[in-house]
Design a protein. Structure first.
Length: 302
């Protein structure tokens, strides 16, 4: 083909038929070189195509990142749910072990993880000791130190719930007949209960002891449960009474006294008395009744 001459349609078709994927004209010959070029051309078909809509950069990084993110989120959710289920199972096992088998270990585990009570679980103070847990003697005795209560009333209410929860689960064991729950707290120099350790090196003071007992009657199938609270001295009882009264005063109306109540009752009586007058007023608005009253008063004056 001469320089500058135009290609015939047949020549152009033949020329473009030898153009490979890289745009290089492949000589019409065979051999190892030709095989290498054909193999290279086949590999280039899978090379990066900047005009491709699917993956112009040739990278699947965004897809990989999305998959990694979804996998991380799903894994985190499964981990949290698994921990919650495991924690709930552990708590229920503690409760079941306490009602089935009472040992120092099962009681300690129950105090650590809490016991089932009502619709949830009752937690116990972090500082506790298991003084006795013996099915042969039928006794469970523990001592706790409260560091969260700020006064006697709060300590009493919290401790009573804790003692009831522990005693209920322990007394469900046929071999346990007595549960003792000792409650201590830190006090200041004036004897007031303080949260935490009180900022002193003194030992906590024993405030209450809740004693639950279970008695079976031989004459009947009844099982009697009894609660006794000991250790409360006059000072603690007086403070409890004043704190209960102070709480009750918050819901009372201080502006209402005996005078207001008497005035209200008198108003009701007057209203009841005025109801009878409406029957005799008539259609004239009471004009005839007023005239009769004036005439009566004139006759009395005469």
């Amino acid at each position: 083909m001469a320089k500058g001459s135009n290609l015939t349609p047949e020549e152009a078709e033949e020329l473009f038929s030898r153009v490979d994927a890289a745009g290089v004209v492949e000589p019409a010959r065979t051999g190892k070189g030709s095989k290498r070029r054909r193999r290279r051309a086949a590999e280039q078909k899978h090379a990066i195509d900047p005009l491709s809509d699917e993956d112009p950069s040739g990278s699947k990084a965004s897809v990989s990142i999305s998959r990694m993110g979804i996998a991380f989120i799903v894994g985190t959710i499964l981990l949290i749910v698994g921990m919650q289920i495991g924690y709930g199972v552990m708590r229920r096992l503690n409760t079941a072990n306490l009602s089935d088998t009472v040992t120092t270990e099962t009681v300690s585990r129950a105090l650590e993880g809490g016991v089932e009570w009502g619709n949830g679980f009752t937690q116990f103070p972090a500082r506790f000791t298991v003084d006795e847990a013996d099915e042969r003697a039928g006794i469970v005795e523990v001592s706790v130190v409260s560091t969260e209560a700020e006064n006697e009333l709060e300590l009493f209410s919290n401790s009573q719930i804790e003692a009831a929860a522990l005693a209920t689960n322990a007394l469900l064991n046929d071999n346990i007949n007595r549960v003792v729950y000792n409650v201590s707290a830190f006090v200041d120099d004036e004897g007031n209960i303080v949260p935490g350790d009180g900022g002193t090196s003194e030992s906590p003071r024993l405030i209450f002891t809740f004693i639950w007992t279970k008695n079976k009657s031989e004459a009947s199938s009844n099982i009697d449960w009894e609660l006794k609270i000991v250790g409360m001295d006059e000072e603690v009882a007086g403070r409890l009474q004043s704190q209960v009264n102070s709480v009750s005063s918050l819901i009372e109306t201080p502006s209402v006294d005996d005078t207001d109540i008497e005035a209200h009752e008198q108003e009701l009586q007057d209203g009841q008395a005025r109801k009878g007058e409406e029957i005799y007023l008539g259609d004239d608005g009471g004009a005839a009744l007023d005239a009769a009253r004036e005439q009566a008063q004139g006759d009395d004056a005469a």
